[in-house]
Design a protein around this ligand. Structure first.
Ligand SMILES: C[S@@+](CC[C@H](N)C(=O)[O-])C[C@H]1O[C@@H](n2cnc3c(N)ncnc32)[C@H](O)[C@@H]1O
Length: 305
């Protein structure tokens, strides 16, 4: 069923996120520890991966075991950055859409990731249920979330420097459309959707500027990679990765033409009809543009008609 009114979106349109936050932001430690966690959690191979909130494609090269990857992001400019960074390849398909209204037919993908993106979800259970719908039986979903139960927030709370309790299960919105979650709440949502939590890794144990300045990055990364294995025991880091899976057997190859992967995010109808520069929904009449190889499912071309 389509959600009625989508929650608000944290819009990255026009943002220089990849350059300012990653390339020049002093986050080599975070990037390398995330790469280690992903390597430990991703299946060795797969057919079609959905990368939710792909941004500028920082993680996409890490999904090399998958035959094809769909990069989905709300921001057209982030996808343009990703396209420029990844180069021309049939392996990648670029889709601008809202995770709350995914434009894919049910049970299409055999893998999905969502890294540093749940963080922006005002209604995380709805976003997760949308991802669940497009995953086949037997799929693996690797989810990263920002944890409110991290050591820094616990200490700040105990010292009276922070009002909200890191021990309560509800999400905390510390800046508009930026949320930290309690690990038990996220685990609970995944289980309600039928996922089995197979692995939990805690990541970025040493995300503290003075430590990062004093100790060489390679040493911090090695220590973090060892500490990640404590994930199933306790989660006190700002970032937590889980590998969740769905029971059942994966489908045989059913990929077919790309146009067959989509449904109309407005009315749910599929298949859409390919008119080269746009996809047409024969049920509600919406026209979904294709701009320079990016499928745009945010607003139909003919919305005002
Ligand atoms: C912090 S960035 C992370 C990008 C990438 N996953 C990474 O780790 O480098 C969050 C991304 O989520 C996207 N995003 C936020 N809300 C979204 C939504 N409702 N639907 C789809 N993408 C969304 C943003 O456009 C942004 O590119």
């Amino acid at each position: 069923m389509e959600p009625k009114k989508s929650p608000p979106v944290c819009d990255y349109e026009g943002s220089d996120y990849q350059a300012s936050f990653w390339d020049q932001g002093g986050r080599e430690y975070e990037d390398r520890t995330e790469a280690i966690a992903l390597k430990r959690l991703l299946p060795k191979s797969g057919q079609l991966m959905l990368e939710v909130g792909a941004g500028a494609g920082r993680n996409t090269p890490r999904y090399s075991g998958y035959e094809r990857v769909v990069l989905l992001d709300y921001s057209m400019t982030q996808l343009q950055h990703a396209k420029a960074r990844l180069g021309i390849s049939d392996r990648f398909v670029f889709v601008a859409a809202d995770v709350y209204r995914l434009p894919f037919v049910d049970e299409l993908f055999d893998g999905a990731t969502m890294i540093r993106t749940l963080h922006h979800m005002a209604d995380a259970p709805v976003a997760l249920s949308q991802i669940r719908n497009v995953l086949q039986p037997g799929s693996v979903f690797v989810l990263e979330f920002a944890s409110k139960l991290n050591l820094k927030s616990i200490l700040r709370y105990l010292l009276g420097r922070q009002e909200w309790s890191p021990f309560r299960r509800e999400p905390v919105e510390f800046v508009a459309l930026n949320f930290d979650f309690h690990p038990k709440a996220v685990h609970g949502w995944l289980k309600e959707l039928g996922f089995r939590i197979e692995k939990t890794l805690t990541v970025s144990h040493f995300r503290w500027a003075p430590l990062k300045r004093l100790i060489p990055t390679g040493i911090l990364v090695t220590l973090d990679s060892l500490a990640q294995w404590t994930g199933p025991l306790w989660q006190l880091t700002p970032s937590v990765f889980v590998r969740a899976s769905l029971g059942g057997e994966r489908n045989e190859s059913v990929l077919g033409e790309i146009v067959q992967w989509f449904k109309c995010p407005q009315c749910g109808n599929s298949p859409l009809i390919d008119h080269t520069s746009y996809l047409l929904c024969s049920s509600c009449g919406s026209q979904w543009a294709i701009y320079e190889g990016i499928y745009d499912f945010k607003t139909p071309l003919n919305k005002s008609k």
